[in-house]
Every structure is written in structure tokens, then in C-alpha cells.
Design a binder for this molecule. Sequence first.
Ligand code: XBP
Ligand code: MG
Length: 250
Amino acid sequence: MKLAALIFDLDGTIAETEEIHRQAFNYAFRKAGLNWYWSRLLYGDLLSVTGGKERIRYFIDQYSPAFPKLDRLTEFIADLHQAKTEKFHETLLSGCIPLRPGVKRLVQEAREAGVHLGIATTTTASNVTILLETSLDAAAPGWFDVIAAGNVVPRKKPAPDIYEYALKAMGADPGSCLAIEDSENGLRASLGAGLKTVVTTNQYTQAHDFSGACLVLDHLGEPNQAATASVGQLAANTYVDLKELALLLD
Ligand code: XBP
Ligand code: MG
């Protein structure tokens, strides 16, 4: 089967951005005078909820942190998240966040071969464009047929909505596309949209349940940096290229 399109998740897949999100959340809490602190361990739990605003509300509901009694909790959370997003942008703009192994190479290979590209993410849309511009190429956002992000759909991952939105926008048949993800929520979303999925794990997601993925790797690999598969196997290479991905569709 010919591979028509690749749809990438963003956070944790294109780059290891969750640590930057975590630090931006903690900055916003300090700036608001809150004594909240999300450690790596706690953030690993909170990542079970996708979407930063939803994650803050989950934290309040689950951990009942001290904060002033408010009659407008939704606005309070939105203001916190706005401050967090501004800090996240500032961090991205202050230095080049490295892309994960193989991402730039695979994107360029896809472009040269006429394989369409999409992004399907629960993060805020502005985070996507800034990350692509600062870490991939100033013109990179234009390389993607669709950047489906954040609140553009009613339900975030693990619901399939964001992938269904991206497929519709690309006019693509899920049977001729592949998703690349990093988390259990992301995999549930892509499988729910009928997409075969390759997972590249990271520090926050390596213990997740990746049942249903056709390949689970530590990263996409490079010619000089072999990828290691924990589920499935690469057919001929030690890194993921279009040939390896097309074989997964068969
Ligand atoms: C990861 C997420 C996002 C980020 C935080 O998205 O769940 O919520 O953690 O970004 P994905 P926001 O893996 O789908 O790219 O605060 O902007 O939500
Ligand atoms: Mg992700």
C-alpha cells in the first residue's frame, strides 16, 4: 500500500517538550503567588490528562491544593494557562529545542517523496508553530497540510477527534496514512481514528500501555544512531524511513 500521509503528534514525539511545559506551569504558579509545584513524578501522573487547562483542573480536583476561594474557577485556570503558554513560547524562542532523532530526516524524506504531512496535537496551536519555526525551519509550518491543535475539536486525546479532524482536513484515507505518537492517550486517539501507529517512547511515557501500536521504538533513529524496537521490528534498517513505514501499511 502506498503511504499517502504521515501525521505527527507534537509534544514528546517531534521534540521532548514536556519538561519545558512542566517548568512553564511551575513558573505560572509562582507568578500567581501559588505554592503549587509540579515535580517530574507528579507531572508524570498529571500527563494522564491531556490539555493544559484540563490538567490544572484535574490537579485541583485530585490534589486539592491551597488557593484562594474563587467564584470564577474557569477564568482563574485560563489566566494561569495563558501565563504558562507565554512562558513556554519565551523558552522556545530563547533557544533551539532539539528535535527527536529522525524527525527532521523523515519530514524531509516525506516532502521529497510527495508524502503529505499533518500534525495532530492537544497542545495549544501557537506552541506548534513556534516549535516548528524555531527547531525545524522558519517555513516548516507551511510544510504541513494541517496543524490540528488544542481546542479545535470538542474532545482531546485519547478521543480520536483531533486525528479525525486532521484526516478530514487532508482528505486522506486512514488506511493509507500512519500516525507517529509518544503516549498511551495519543495511541488511543490515533487507533480510534483508524490509523496504524508507530510509537516513540520517552521519559514520561515508556511505561505506558502501547497495545495496538504496530511498532514501539525508543526513537525514529538515524543512519548513525540505531533505533531499538520493544514491540514489532524494523524490516531492513536500524532507523525508520519511508520504506519501513510503507511496509507497516501492508
Ligand atoms: C501534549 C499535551 C499538552 C501539553 C501541554 O500534547 O497533552 O497538553 O502537555 O500543552 P500532544 P498545553 O502530545 O498531543 O502534542 O498546555 O498547550 O495543553
Ligand atoms: Mg505527545
